[in-house]
Design a protein around this ligand. Structure first.
Ligand code: GLN
Length: 536
């Protein structure tokens, strides 16, 4: 039977609970243990697929096609595992399950209540993840902040699990925020005390408190937390702000996070091997004289989390390079107003990531045209690929007014459209989601990068390249270097004469790992680094 580590958050949201949970997972895995991890999200959406990136940041897609919380991206990158739909539970899913059962009569006349019906459903979902993965340790992060009304059923469920399986098999980690008062010149622990009091009122006592701070945790602050929160001093850990996320497993390891958890759970394991993390952080911190300026042309540039996997994939690709990476956020709407040249002239590469809706679409198309015409390295992801096809159709293949039917249903050249069997589609359903196979043409750039002729990549889109126009685009020089095995769906396009012009219908960013950067991002970054070195 699995042991469990429950991670809760106190005082403020966006504390880095997900990174703490991921780091613990990475350390436990590096100790040779079989660990799995899941996120419980207390909102009523069934999944974040319908939420705006402004609300929620990126929607992370798993191999099995679930649209999940972006923390699953951190989990996959830190622990180097592929997760599934079961690793993200939402209140929307819990209530759907309970209400479906109620309508079916499964509850045999009982009054259906939060306790036990909702809490039992939560517990079953948590235990299912442990069971499916045959995990020695299952890490469960509870989203939101202790004290939120909507989080209560989860806290009750994780309290009950302790009772169900025995207190020696569970460990509670509370991640909290320690503000620094400039006026008094002191770190303040009161919000943490209140948060822990709130937990204790519902029967939970943290075994470990991880304190997010901007500066080093003072011994006084540590003493106070230990005294008021009734916790050993050596179980009060510091999580200071860092530049490189991948340093957190190392900082947590220096403070013995995994060792303390294992001691609490009575599990013996070797010390974690953190050499790979040291290597990554070393590469990240290495002084690099030149930095490739990579423009990200998108709609949600004010929300850093909206493209988090894309940014991380670029970081991964840049790690082994002698050239560093500098992201430059560019609003596609601003390009529409002022033209591409103003924003792209001093860049070394451009990424046009995925997106929905027509706002800023012409700006994206014009940025791609600029890259195509000037030889600036370009990588297009999903909508980015669709825009590349639109630009090429309009400006190379003479198809005036070419567009995607998502944005102009009456376009004379609907080069991007729904497939015939997709008609009658409504928002929220019918997307192509998750991993699909892709065959790669032998003599293509894609083949040289992947070094494989069959790959699997994750999708999240409705529209596809319209096969009616493929021959004509091909005659003008566009190469369809990746397609579905039955040749019906375009997966990768490229322009062979260009220094680097590659775009894909899928989202390669979801599969990039710090230890194993994604080939398309590596190829793109090498071209951008070349551009950067030539320009200097
Ligand atoms: N809006 C486009 C589609 O649905 C692209 C989606 C995306 O970029 N994820 O096909």
């Amino acid at each position: 039977m699995s042991h469990y580590v429950f991670v809760t958050g106190g005082v403020i949201s966006s504390l880095g609970k997900g990174i703490t949970a991921s780091s613990l997972g990475a350390l436990l895995k590096a100790s040779g243990l079989n660990v799995t991890i899941m996120k419980c999200d207390p909102y009523l959406n069934v999944d974040p697929g319908t939420m705006s990136p402004y609300q929620h940041g990126e929607v992370f897609v798993t191999e099995d096609g679930a649209e999940t919380d972006l923390d699953l991206g951190h989990y996959e990158r830190f622990i180097d595992v592929n997760l599934t739909r079961y690793n993200n539970l939402t209140t929307g899913q819990v209530y759907s399950t309970v209400i479906t059962k109620e309508r079916r009569g499964d509850y045999l006349g009982a009054t259906v209540q939060v306790i036990p019906h909702v809490t039992n459903t939560i517990k079953e979902s948590i235990q299912r993840v442990a069971r499916i993965n045959d995990a020695t340790i299952t890490i469960v992060e509870v989203g939101g902040t202790v004290g939120d009304i909507e989080g209560l059923p989860y806290l009750e469920a994780i309290r009950q699990i302790r009772n169900d399986i025995g207190r020696d098999k569970v460990c509670y980690i509370h991640v909290t925020y320690i503000p620094f008062s400039r006026a008094i010149g002191e770190m303040k622990t009161k919000p943490t005390q209140h948060s822990v009091r709130e937990m204790r009122a519902i029967g939970l006592t943290p075994d470990i408190i991880v304190c997010r701070t901007q500066r080093a945790l003072t011994p006084e602050a540590c003493d106070k937390i230990s005294l008021f929160c009734d916790i050993d001093k050596d179980c009060v850990l510091e999580a200071r702000d860092v530049d490189c996320l991948y340093e957190i497993p190392l900082l947590m390891n220096e403070q013995g996070l995994a060792r303390k958890v294992l001691k609490r759970l009575g599990i013996e394991a070797k010390e974690p091997d953190v050499e790979p993390w040291k290597r990554i952080v070393g590469q990240f911190k290495q002084k690099k004289a030149r930095k490739a300026r990579i423009g990200l042309v998108g709609k949600y540039i004010k929300v850093a989390d909206a493209y988090i996997s894309v940014i991380e994939a670029l970081v991964h690709a840049s790690l082994p390079s002698e050239v560093g990476f500098e992201p430059i956020w560019i609003s596609s709407e601003q390009i529409e107003k002022d033209g591409s040249g103003k924003f792209l002239a001093d860049l070394d590469g451009v990424v046009v990531p995925g997106g929905f809706g027509d706002r800023g679409i012409e700006g994206k198309i014009s940025a791609i045209q600029y890259c195509r015409e000037t030889g600036l390295p370009f990588l297009g992801l999903c909508l980015g690929m669709q825009c590349a096809v639109i630009d090429f159709a309009r400006n190379v293949a003479g198809m005036d007014g070419a567009h995607s039917t998502e944005f102009n249903p009456d376009s004379p050249f609907p080069v991007i459209s729904l497939l015939p069997d997709q008609s009658g589609i409504v928002k929220g359903g019918s997307m192509r989601l998750g991993a699909y196979p892709c065959r790669i043409a032998d003599d293509s750039r894609a083949f040289r990068l992947y070094k494989s002729s069959l790959i699997y990549e994750r999708h999240r889109h409705r529209y596809e390249v319209n096969n009616e126009f493929r021959a004509k685009l091909g005659r003008k020089g566009m190469v369809f270097s990746g397609t579905s095995p039955d040749l019906q769906l375009v997966e990768i396009i490229e322009l062979p004469e260009h220094p680097f012009f590659v775009a894909c219908q899928f989202h390669p960013e979801f599969k990039s790992r710090p230890q194993n950067p994604h080939p398309l991002f590596v190829g793109f970054f090498m071209a951008a680094a070349d551009h950067c070195l030539k320009a200097s």
